[in-house]
Design a protein around this ligand. Structure first.
Ligand code: SF4
Length: 370
C-alpha cells in the first residue's frame, strides 16, 4: 500500500527505532471495521507498484483507495504510551527499543536482533535482519521491563520472541530462553518462540519449555527442495526441519507448533502440498504472501510479490484442506502468531479464533480511538 509522505508519521510511531525483524514482517499495522488486521508493507520499493493508496479525508479518517475508487476505511493504531517509558535510569532508553507491538494484542521482541548467517554470507534471501545496527543481544532485564510496562497498559498481550541463527547447538534459541524466563517470572503472558532448526533438538525444546515458552514457530518457508536451496540455504535439509518440528510437537503438543510457508517462493502447488504435509503431522501451516523486503537479496534481484491469482489459488486450496482434515481445529490451538494473523492469511482462511471479544474490545478502546 502506498502511503503519502505526509501520512508516514502515523506509521513511524509504530516502530520508532526502525528495528527490522527476520523475514517478512517488516510492515505496519492497519485495522478494518470488522476487526480484521493486516501488517501492510509500506516501505519496500515494490510498494510503488501497488494500486492501493492510503488517503486521509477532511474529517481526519483514513481510507484505502484503489486508484480513484474508495475501498474501505482503516484504523491505524496510535503509538502506545509505554513505548516512551525508560527501562533504565537513562531517559532516552525507551521501552520501544526492546519490545514493539505487532498488533493491538501481540507484542514482539527479537532478543538478538541480528543473524550470524549475514556474516557467513548465506542469509535467507528474503530477509534483511542483518542490516540492524545492533550487534549484541539486548539486555534481558530491559526486555522484561518493557513487557511489564506494556501489560500495565493492556493486560492481555501475548508475545512472540524471535531470533536470528547462531552456530550454537540451539541455533539462536539460547538468546530467547533467558528472556522467556525473565518475562515468565514477573508477568502473566503467553510466550511463543520463533526458532531455527537446532542441532540439539531435545535440549533446545526442553530449555525453551522450562523457560516458560508455550508455543513454537519453526519455519519451512518452502516445500520444494530446489526452492529451499535457493531461498533459505540454512534450511535446505527438509528432513532436518521436519525432525525438528516433530521434536517441538513432542515437547509443546498439538496446537502449539506452527510453520510458515511463503506463497511466491516456489511453485504454488508445492505450497499447498507443504501445507497438507504439515497438517498431516498436526502442525499448523502459517501461510504468508511473499513481499520483497528492502535490503534483502531477493529484493536486490528485483523479485516481486506473487500475482494475486496465485495467492487466491493457494487460499482456495488451503481452505479446502480445512474441510478435508477435521484435525485443523486441534492443530490451530494457540500456535504462536496465528492469534494475531497480521502477517499471514491463515487466520482468515481457517476461520481461526482470535482473542476473545472482550479482550479485543478493550484493546480497540486503548489503541484504535480513530
Ligand atoms: S535464519 Fe534466515 S530468516 Fe532467520 S534471521 Fe537469519 S537470515 Fe533471517
Amino acid at each position: 500500500m502506498r502511503v503519502p509522505e505526509e501520512l508516514s508519521p502515523l506509521f513511524d510511531a509504530q516502530n520508532p527505532f526502525r528495528e527490522r525483524r527476520a523475514g517478512l514482517s517488516d510492515a505496519k499495522m492497519i485495522y478494518f471495521a470488522d476487526g480484521n488486521n493486516v501488517l501492510a508493507p509500506i516501505y519496500g520499493a515494490f510498494v510503488q507498484n501497488s494500486p492501493l493508496e492510503l488517503r486521509k479525508s477532511e474529517d481526519g479518517r483514513c481510507y484505502i483507495f484503489e486508484r480513484d475508487e474508495q475501498l474501505t476505511e482503516v484504523l491505524i493504531p496510535s503509538a502506545p504510551g509505554w513505548y516512551s517509558r525508560p527501562v533504565s535510569d537513562e531517559p532516552s532508553d525507551a521501552a520501544a527499543k526492546y519490545v514493539q507491538m505487532h498488533s493491538i494484542m501481540q507484542l514482539a521482541s527479537m532478543p538478538f536482533a541480528n543473524c550470524a548467517l549475514f556474516a557467513n554470507g548465506t542469509p535467507c534471501k528474503f530477509c534483511a535482519v542483518g542490516y540492524n545496527a545492533r550487534r549484541k543481544p539486548k539486555p534481558v532485564g530491559k526486555i522484561a521491563r518493557a513487557v511489564e510496562f506494556a501489560l500495565e497498559e493492556l493486560p492481555y498481550f501475548d508475545i512472540t520472541l524471535n531470533t536470528g541463527w547462531s552456530s550454537a547447538p540451539s541455533a539462536g534459541a539460547e538468546f530467547i530462553a533467558p528472556v522467556a524466563s525473565a518475562i515468565s517470572a514477573t508477568c502473566s503472558i503467553r510466550v511463543a518462540a520463533e526458532v531455527n532448526v537446532p542441532r540439539d533438538v531435545e535440549g533446545t525444546f526442553k530449555l525453551l519449555k522450562d523457560s516458560g515458552v508455550s508455543a513454537i514457530i519453526l519455519n519451512l518457508e518452502c516445500w520444494n527442495d530446489e526452492a529451499r536451496r535457493v531461498v533459505a540455504p540454512i534450511k535446505a535439509d527438509k528432513r532436518a526441519v521436519m525432525r525438528a518440528l516433530e521434536g517441538a510437537l513432542k515437547f509443546f503438543g498439538v496446537g502449539a507448533v506452527s510453520s510458515v510457508l511463503i506463497i511466491g517462493a516456489e511453485p504454488k502447488e508445492e505450497t499447498v502440498r507443504g501445507a497438507e504435509e504439515l497438517i498431516k503431522l498436526s502442525i499448523l501451516p502459517d501461510v504468508l504472501v511473499y513481499r520483497p523486503t528492502d535490503g534483502s537479496l531477493l529484493a536486490a534481484q528485483g523479485a516481486q510479490p506473487p500475482p494475486f491469482e496465485d495467492v487466491r489459488w493457494v487460499m482456495r486450496n488451503v481452505r479446502e484442506l480445512k474441510d478435508k482434515y477435521q484435525t485443523w481445529k486441534l492443530i490451530a490451538g494457540s500456535a504462536g502468531c496465528t492469534k494475531c494473523g497480521g502477517c499471514s492469511i491463515t487466520t482468515e482462511l481457517l476461520g481461526l479464533p482470535r482473542q476473545s471479544r472482550e479482550r479485543q474490545a478493550l484493546a480497540k478502546q486503548v489503541y484504535l480511538r480513530g
